[in-house]
Design a protein around this ligand. Structure first.
Ligand code: PLP
Length: 402
């Protein structure tokens, strides 16, 4: 193993780098999770999380990865034999579908080419055709982390409404929340699934479910068994800031700090920053003469950019070289696109210089690996950043030549 100096560049689309401020907030002695001191922390994070989901409905926090929170969404709302509508946006939509199938759910899985978000026309057609309301839920991935394509959740809601269909809207916003705009209440989402290691900028270990009144009412009669994931078991102690089992106390300290950071910057500013960085990353890719995997401009992800390697060049061998030479981790291609793409994460604790540094590593990696490309992608990215300065930048101040 090569020894490296300086900070590792963790440019995968989650886990994302943990800000020093969050690390310091977590560097605390573990406290009694049945104490009054804990209840204050519990209440703060349960309330604070609502602001990030943009909801007044309850948000449940599990000591789990995102996969656990996926399962919680299914077992609290569906019954064996239920039909649901899902869309093949990529690897994560495919995994969620597999999980639903294992629970005895019948999935109508709209095929996709992994190069765009959901086609809401298809959703509307399917729901309109379902006259007897057999479909119990529409389950979509907000930001498909395997491809770098986002889906318009507000548009999915509009399609459901236009078909006058009562299906629940369940959304995986695991890599969207806190980086891409997400509006639980406004978009009429019934269950939103997320986790800690993406836009929340925390280590892995927390899973989230935001739940609407309608989803909660469905949970009263659905037939799938659950214990650890049961919403009502959680909500009872949550009302006083407590949890039914030992919570991930120190991650909750981090969560409190991360929420404060997101709100201090302002969610709109956070989303704009992600958009700007993503636009710069795409400018670099275009300049290099390579292809962004997502082909639909309206679906370009603000969270990550997946890049297609030129034919004959292995993305994993390239990523290995970049890691060894420049101490930077890039995301791998998953399942269908393994070896064919690499992913540049630009989410969470990421700013202009982090991105420019990361893109420099990508470009130097191309040179070292002999990957054909047009030099100057980093300059192209810098140009985008210069032309679109961040809202609070002092871009109007000219340095006076003396
Ligand atoms: N859904 C999406 C969109 C993801 O990006 C991931 C993980 O990267 C998951 C689900 C699974 O989450 P976890 O790996 O935390 O279980």
């Amino acid at each position: 193993m090569t020894r490296h100096q300086g900070r590792h560049f963790l440019q995968i689309p989650g886990p994302s780098p943990v800000p020093d401020r969050v690390l310091r907030a977590m560097d605390m002695p573990v406290i009694d999770h049945r104490s009054a001191e804990f209840a204050e922390l519990g209440k703060a994070v349960l309330e604070g999380s609502k602001t990030i989901f943009k909801t007044t409905s309850p948000v449940i926090i599990y000591p789990s990865s995102g996969t656990g929170a996926w399962e919680a969404a299914i077992v609290n709302t569906l019954s064996p034999g239920d039909k649901v509508l899902m869309v093949e946006t990529g690897h994560f939509a495919t995994l969620w579908r597999q999980m639903a199938a294992r629970w005895g759910i019948e999935v109508d899985f709209v095929p996709g080419d992994w190069r765009r978000g959901v086609d809401t026309n298809v959703i509307e057609e399917k729901l309109t055709a379902d006259k007897s309301h057999q479909l119990k839920a529409v389950m979509v991935v907000h930001n498909e982390t395997s491809t770098g394509a986002t889906s318009g959740i507000g548009e999915v809601r509009a399609a459901i409404d236009s078909a006058k269909h009562p299906a629940l809207l369940m959304v995986d916003t695991i890599s969207g929340l806190g980086s891409a705009d997400f509006r639980f209440d406004e978009w009429g989402v019934d269950v939103a699934v997320s986790c800690s290691q993406k836009g929340f900028m925390l280590p892995p270990g927390l899973g989230f479910n935001a739940i609407s009144d309608k989803a909660r009412a469905t949970a009263k009669t659905n037939k799938l068994p659950r214990s650890f994931w049961d919403w009502e078991e959680m909500l009872k102690p949550n009302a006083n800031g407590f949890f039914p089992y030992t919570p991930a106390t120190n991650l909750l300290y981090g969560l409190r700090e991360a929420i404060a950071m997101l709100l201090e910057e302002g969610l709109d500013a956070v989303f704009a920053r992600h958009q700007r960085l993503a636009a710069a990353a795409r400018a670099a890719v275009n300049h290099w003469g390579l292809e962004v995997l997502c082909q639909e401009p309206k679906d370009f992800s603000p969270v990550l950019t997946a890049v297609l390697m030129p034919p004959g060049y292995d993305a994993d061998a390239y990523r290995k070289l970049v890691l060894e030479n420049y101490n930077m981790s890039l995301g791998s291609g998953l399942s269908k696109v393994a070896g064919k793409v690499f992913r540049i994460g630009h989410l969470g604790e990421c700013n202009e210089l982090t991105l420019v540094g990361a893109l420099s590593g990508v470009e130097m990696g191309f040179v070292a690996a002999g990957v054909p490309h047009r030099a100057g992608g980093v300059d192209a990215a810098m140009k985008v950043l210069e032309e679109h300065p961040q809202g609070n930048a002092v871009s109007h101040l000219k340095v006076v030549k003396t």
